[in-house]
Design a protein around this ligand. Structure first.
Ligand code: AMP
Length: 284
């Protein structure tokens, strides 16, 4: 496994690999790796000749009051985990390498950003789309792997590669969870002990909502109210949003039908957690 820190060397290495006929699978991350990230790498390993991951905490996708400075980092540990996963290259650029001067061009996402994390984190998805545009040019993968824990991100990235004609296939991978159901996240280490105990209620509330729907509930407002009550009662977290939209277009629904996402974001004292489930209901 090689660690590469410059764009020039990464691009050159990937060009040579492509000339040699090797397929490149790519997993972009912000590091502090956990089993969620590892599952993306495992899938990439199965499907490609070369597996590249990047570790880059992208300042462009953090708002001014968000947790950029407290975002957890441990490169030595990440390196070990990636090595065990048979990753071939880690692209590990500095902020200066990625953004040497003020940007003359950035990417603006026009659809699917007025809801969920796009609404509560203005500019976030522009930052994600801009850095991925750069990273895709640097790594030049055939396939790139993303987690459905960040389902809105998957939808936005699919829009990005379709609209701008990137020759990249986006592969979505299921959310990996702790035994108690909490979605694995680098931010979980920033939960206080009591918050960590409460946090599984996020997923539990989504499962209970799923049960309600499977038992016939079709009113999105009633489902949202149920989840709101459960999270308010069982956690000290502050609800950022609990919303239901069609997926992947993220349009409002008056009735639960077709493919849709139930997504939530809850702020604990030092960590904002997100989770979702995607369901498909087709009446006979
Ligand atoms: P991050 O380092 O948080 O930017 O995440 C990098 C990638 O890992 C993104 O595509 C995430 O959606 C994915 N990911 C994060 N957490 C999980 C998880 N619990 N299960 C599966 N994928 C995940």
């Amino acid at each position: 496994m090689r660690v590469i820190t410059t764009i020039k060397e990464m691009q050159h290495t990937m060009l040579l690999a492509k000339k040699g006929g090797q397929s490149i699978g790519y997993v972009p991350t912000m590091g502090f790796l956990h089993e969620g990230h590892l599952s993306l790498m495992e899938k990439a390993r199965e499907e490609n000749d070369i597996v590249v991951i990047s570790i880059f905490v992208n300042p462009l996708q953090f708002g001014p009051t968000e947790d950029l400075s407290s975002y957890p980092r441990d490169f030595e540990r990440d390196k070990e985990l990636a090595l065990n996963q048979q990753v071939d290259y880690i692209f590990y650029p500095s902020v200066k390498e990625m953004y040497p001067h003020s940007s003359s061009v950035t990417v603006k996402v026009n659809e699917r950003t007025d809801v969920l994390c796009g609404k509560s984190r203005p500019g976030h998805f522009d930052g994600v789309a801009t850095v991925l545009t750069k990273l895709f040019q640097i790594v030049q993968p055939e396939k790139a792997y993303f987690g459905t824990k960040d389902a809105q991100q998957v939808a936005v990235v699919e829009g990005l590669v379709n609209d701008l004609h990137f020759p990249v296939e986006i592969i979505a991978v299921e959310t990996v969870r702790e035994e108690d159901g909490l979605a694995k996240s680098s931010r979980n280490v920033n939960l206080l002990p009591e918050e960590r105990e409460q946090a599984p209620n996020l997923y539990q509330s989504l499962l209970r909502a799923k049960e309600m729907i499977l038992n016939g509930e079709r009113n999105p407002q009633k489902v949202v109210s149920f989840i709101t009550e459960m999270i308010t009662e069982k956690t000290d977290g502050k609800i950022d949003y609990i919303e239901i939209y069609s997926y992947p277009m993220l349009k409002e629904l008056t009735e639960l039908h077709g493919k849709f996402i139930i997504a939530l974001a809850v702020k604990f004292s030092k960590a904002r957690l997100i989770d979702n489930i995607i369901l498909e209901i087709y009446e006979k």
